[in-house]
Design a protein around this ligand. Structure first.
Ligand SMILES: Cc1ncc(COP(=O)(O)O)c(C=O)c1O
Length: 377
């Protein structure tokens, strides 16, 4: 039986629904029962059996396949990381920069997609930030900033504050045509909007677990297109980066020929186990179905906010530019005050900048949105 978005069965997986209208998935998601159970099982097994409970090598391969399925990638293009930043750093530190190179990014990025690139500045690399217009990022504006010294276009799938969904298909095609690497911070989209690294011609992608992927903190993954694995200098590598990590007595091994070379030491297994259980859940429900459901729900929220005279920070006219995030300006009090009031009414959202950011996932329903609207001043 398929798990329908918004169904009683979907809600039953999320104990948080017993107390809250939880609309904060762009910040951190609550754990669902399956993920929490998988993590609890891992801890109990480890407690009872120690290394006898060590996951077999097939587990990691199955995890790579699962993460790859979510992105339409290949398992050997996936490296497990702790967070998004780690993946972005691999690119910012790993490319063969030459003085005078530049990186093109945009002005509305979250800081996680800002600071890693500064690591390239000491190598003579400059960073160009393209402004948004009314919260929208025009592909043509990005391409206008690209010149013959641009090595990377670095952009989020979804902008963390405005919720604007970038046109990755057009950007990816234009980057490929110009021989520029296309690097995507996917954390505000992965799990709620479909991603296809082939159709989007993405070269590098980094994401973390605790937002729309519904995972715990401390695990994420990095996608590196197969043909770039050799060209991206890992800078830091360790025993797990080698071709045969179980060969403990050979100190001269080559690096792994796959993206696993970017994994230098032991994983945070409880986090990884949790994240992969969450990814299994998302694949079971179907990311396409999740996207349509969440876009319908946020569409209704947008209409209701407009009807009540709220100003939207999210560019909301076109469905293909929307995401799971809706940000609006409160009228009578500061975002922090309003969010405090909403929390007292059991509605969990975040203040961001001048606005209140609302971010429902597939188990939320119109009742959760109505609870938010009822509690607004
Ligand atoms: C666009 C974006 N990237 C990255 C992050 C988090 O980065 P990390 O996973 O490295 O903690 C956030 C968190 O708010 C974000 O909004």
């Amino acid at each position: 039986m398929t798990l329908e978005p918004g169904s009683a069965a979907a809600r039953a997986l999320f104990p948080v629904t017993e107390r809250y209208a939880y609309l904060n998935h762009a910040a951190v998601s609550p754990l669902n029962r399956r993920t929490a159970d998988a993590m609890r099982r891992w801890v109990a097994d480890w407690e009872a059996h120690g290394t006898r409970a060590y996951p077999p090598p097939e587990t990691l391969q199955a995890y790579r396949e699962r993460a790859a399925t979510l992105l339409n990638a290949r398992p050997d293009e996936i490296a497990f990381t702790r967070n998004t930043t780690e993946g972005l750093l691999l690119v910012a530190r790993g490319l063969d920069w030459r003085p005078g190179d530049n990186i093109v990014t945009v002005e509305t990025e979250f800081t996680a997609n800002v600071y890693p690139w500064k690591n390239a500045e000491p190598e003579g690399v400059t960073i160009r930030r393209v402004p948004a217009r009314g919260g929208r990022i025009a592909v043509d504006d990005v391409l206008e900033a690209v010149d013959h010294r641009t090595r990377v276009v670095a952009i989020s799938f979804v902008e963390f504050y405005t919720g604007y969904r970038n046109d990755l298909v057009r950007l990816g095609a234009a980057c490929r045509q110009r021989g520029v690497r296309f690097c995507v911070d996917a954390i505000q989209g992965a799990g709620v909007l479909p991603i296809d690294v082939e159709a989007m011609q993405i070269d590098f992608l980094a994401t973390g677990g605790p937002k729309w992927l519904l995972g715990p903190m401390g695990a994420g993954f990095f996608y590196c297109r197969r043909e770039h694995v050799d060209a991206l200098d890992p800078r830091l590598y360790g025993w797990l980066s080698t071709a045969d990590p179980e060969n403990f007595f050979d100190y001269d091994q080559p690096l792994s020929p796959t993206a696993s070379r970017f994994e230098w030491g032991t994983f945070s297994w409880p986090s990884l186990v949790g994240l992969m259980e969450s990814v299994a859940l998302l694949l079971e429900v179907g990311v396409e179905r999740i996207a349509e459901y969440v876009l319908d729900l946020t569409g209704e929220l947008i209409a209701a906010l407009k009807a009540r005279g709220y100003e939207l920070i999210t560019p909301a006219e076109r469905r293909e530019e929307r995401s799971g995030i809706v940000t609006f300006r409160p009228t009578s009090a500061s975002p922090e005050e309003v969010v405090g009031r909403l929390e007292a009414a059991g509605v969990v959202v975040s203040p961001r900048g001048d606005g209140i950011r609302v971010a429902p996932h597939f188990y939320n329903t119109w009742e959760d949105i109505a609870r938010l609207l009822d509690a607004l001043p």
